[in-house]
Design a binder for this molecule. Structure first.
Ligand SMILES: Cc1ncc(COP(=O)(O)O)c(C=O)c1O
Length: 365
């Protein structure tokens, strides 16, 4: 009885299916090949770890509250005005802050049908209505997104490349999307995997943000820079959007050790390049190997592959088979992809272990 009279979350909150992260451990002590969350297999650079350790000496003091050293380092690397950069505790925080600043009850926000799950959560958390635009061949479809626009649309989230599909939109298509959207609709380009893309017709969106008043790009240190657990993301924004985010973000929302590690990570581009080259090599190699086993592989521009299991060989069975061999990929049912598993590209040994296990699972030799 008492519970019925207690506080109720606002409408929408209890419609949210909580985000389920990729599995990181399995019962038992033996090591796990964790390829479930798209982290770099190399981890942060040694100088990044050193910077993080050094920051342990100054934990008792509040640091500068706007992550200025990190914004300046990002600005220097990418040629951007640091005042137009807002840092967050992961890009997840920034995606949520954007929803918080621009969405409310009665508003609609669009994302593509197999888009990153956090968008729907962020939209519902504001009491707004999520609208999923159909995709074509597991790729965001600009015409389908534009067809979803209504007088209530306030925001469009696009992951480019998208997680979990790995597919991307060319910059021409992104421009066409922007031009087709009403000017009062905020376009959020989530470029969490931008560094891994090696396509001549791809751009993360920096130029578009620079020249527009209604487009934002978000980025992360969780993938290429190996800092997922430190939680660092950044948004490059029009000045008015940066202003709005700075009004609602928590003071000191990125910790001092995270800022120190982020600055060091950006300085070590040689370390990042090794990871990019490794990814490029294995993205092609793994795609070929899995296709040779009879698996469907969605062409990926990122650091992971979406594997489709043919009739008679289900993804849950493959997942169980792999887990019995201490290998964890990502189930993607909640993305509407029950017949697929997502695999992060790992170290050479990890990749070979997956090829070997799936070769056995598919009954090949
Ligand atoms: C497309 C996309 N955007 C954003 C994120 C969030 O990254 P983080 O909050 O760690 O910066 C992820 C993480 O998996 C992602 O796949």
């Amino acid at each position: 009885m008492a519970a019925a009279c207690g506080p109720r979350p606002r409408p929408g909150v209890l419609d949210i299916a909580p985000y389920v992260p990729g599995t990181s451990t399995l019962p038992g002590a033996r090591p796990v090949v964790k390829l479930s969350s798209n982290e770099t297999p190399f981890g942060p650079s040694p100088s990044t770890i050193e910077a993080y350790h050094s920051a342990a000496g100054i934990l008792s003091r509040y640091h500068e509250g706007s992550a200025r050293p990190l914004r300046e380092a990002i600005g220097a690397l990418h040629g951007l005005d640091p005042d137009r950069i807002v840092c967050g505790a992961g890009s997840d925080e920034l995606l949520n802050l954007l929803a918080c600043a621009y969405l409310g009850p009665g508003d609609e926000a669009i994302y593509s049908a197999h888009g990153f799950l956090v968008y729907k959560i962020a939209i519902l958390a504001r009491g707004a209505t999520p609208v999923a635009a159909p995709e074509t061949e597991l790729t965001a479809d600009v015409d389908a997104i534009l067809a979803c626009v209504s007088p209530r649309t306030r925001l469009v989230f696009i992951a480019n490349p998208n997680n979990p599909t790995g597919t991307y939109l060319t910059f021409d298509e992104i421009r066409r999307l922007r031009e087709g959207l009403p000017p009062n609709v905020l376009l959020v380009l989530d470029a969490a995997y931008a560094e891994y893309v090696r396509k001549k017709d791809y751009e993360s969106g920096i130029d578009l943000v620079t020249e527009s008043t209604n487009t934002v790009m978000t980025r992360t240190f969780s993938k290429l820079y190996g800092l997922a657990s430190l939680r660092i993301g950044w948004a490059y924004c029009p000045p008015s959007v940066a202003d709005a985010l700075n009004r609602i973000r928590g003071p000191f929302n990125v910790s001092g050790p995270a800022i120190a590690a982020g600055v060091a990570a950006l300085k070590d581009q040689a370390w990042a390049q090794v990871a990019i080259d490794h990814n490029e090599l294995w993205r092609g190699g793994l795609t070929e190997s899995f296709a040779g086993l009879g698996l469907g592989v969605t062409p990926s521009a990122a650091n992971f592959l979406l594997l489709h299991f043919p009739n008679g060989r289900s993804a849950p069975e493959a997942d169980k088979f792999l887990r019995e061999r201490r290998i964890v990929l990502r189930r993607v049912e909640e993305y509407g992809l029950p017949d697929a598993l997502r695999m992060t590209i790992g170290t050479e040994d990890e990749n070979r272990a997956v090829i070997e296990a799936l070769t056995a699972f598919m009954g090949k030799t």
